[in-house]
Write a protein that binds this ligand. Structure first.
Ligand SMILES: NC(=O)c1ccc[n+]([C@@H]2O[C@H](COP(=O)([O-])OP(=O)(O)OC[C@H]3O[C@@H](n4cnc5c(N)ncnc54)[C@H](OP(=O)(O)O)[C@@H]3O)[C@@H](O)[C@H]2O)c1
Length: 263
């Protein structure tokens, strides 16, 4: 028997107004950010493409608009460099003037060929051992932050698109690392359009049940074993406190407290 819904698919789609994504070279097939934006546009969302290179963003805007008859302002390009606190604060201030900001997808990432640091003083690559570490830190932080933020105010989740080809993630690798990446990519990967479905599903379909959860292959999955153990809880709290201390210049604790009070 067909499930009865209280709204039409079109009404449901228009409830989703904005998301922002990060992506790179658009002369090729794009990356996960571009494919995610394309799928959200298909659902009727307006999108904001947030990049550090606005020229690349403009190419992305044209690529996404191609063949669509969209109202003006449906695809916007805003500057955002995640490696610069000033840039993040400027972006957040600008976003305050939006009527709606219903979905935010944070997918900036680089796979560096060697150790490098951003202007914040922190390591910015996800190469080798660091890759697993950065993913674990993400899970630990999400676990703790989601305790303070009600899902009815903001639903927080962490979705893994799986190994995807056709993006620029490994552009800074060389030699044997690049060779191995290419072989693995050829044998094991899926397209970015398929990977992006997991991200879109997480933010449009799973809803509040995804709060504080890790999503893979469109399902809520267990996190790394340590996250479920007592020492993981302790680590998560320590990571949360240290991160919010680092972000104290932007009033991060007050922002979390205000979100908590708002619902
Ligand atoms: N592809 C995969 O197999 C895979 C698997 C699991 C998870 N992921 C994750 O999915 C995300 C997207 O990856 P992708 O495969 O689509 O790679 P991609 O095409 O290289 O996209 C990553 C984007 O992040 C942007 N970025 C990096 N640092 C930034 C910063 N400081 N400020 C603003 N933007 C920044 C890059 O922008 P610029 O062009 O300006 O450098 C790039 O466009 C990454 O976080 C990656 O770790 C990818």
């Amino acid at each position: 028997m067909a499930t009865a819904f209280d709204i039409s698919p079109e009404q449901r789609a228009t409830q989703l107004h904005y998301f922002y994504a990060n992506f790179s070279s658009l002369s090729r097939s794009g990356g996960l950010g571009l494919e995610t934006a394309r799928q959200l546009l298909d659902l009727g969302c307006k999108v904001i493409l947030a990049l550090r290179d606005e020229g690349e963003g403009e190419k992305g805007r044209k690529d996404l608009a191609n063949g669509r008859d969209l109202p003006s302002g449906s695809i916007q390009v805003w500057k955002l460099d995640h490696s610069s606190y000033d840039s993040i604060v400027t972006f957040a201030e600008r976003a305050k003037h939006l009527d709606h900001l219903d979905i935010t997808i944070l997918n900036a990432g680089v796979f560096k060929g060697s150790e490098s640091f951003s202007s914040t003083g922190y390591e910015e690559g996800t190469m080798g051992d660091l890759y697993g570490t950065t993913k674990l830190l993400g899970q630990l932080f999400l676990t703790e932050l989601s305790k303070y933020v009600s899902p009815s105010a903001v639903t927080l989740s962490c979705a893994n698109p799986g190994f995807c080809r056709g993006s620029d993630l490994a552009r800074e690798t060389h030699g044997i690392v690049r060779f191995i990446y290419r072989i693995q990519s050829y044998l094991l990967s899926q397209t970015c359009a398929v990977g992006a479905r997991t991200l879109v599903h997480a933010v449009t379909t799973l809803s509040e049940q995804a709060h504080g959860q890790y999503i893979e292959e469109a399902k809520i999955q267990l996190m790394a074993p340590i996250v479920h153990r007592p020492e993981g809880l302790h680590l998560a709290k320590q990571l949360y406190d240290e991160t919010l201390d680092e972000l104290s210049f932007a009033g991060a604790r007050n922002i979390v407290a205000e979100i908590t009070k708002s619902r």
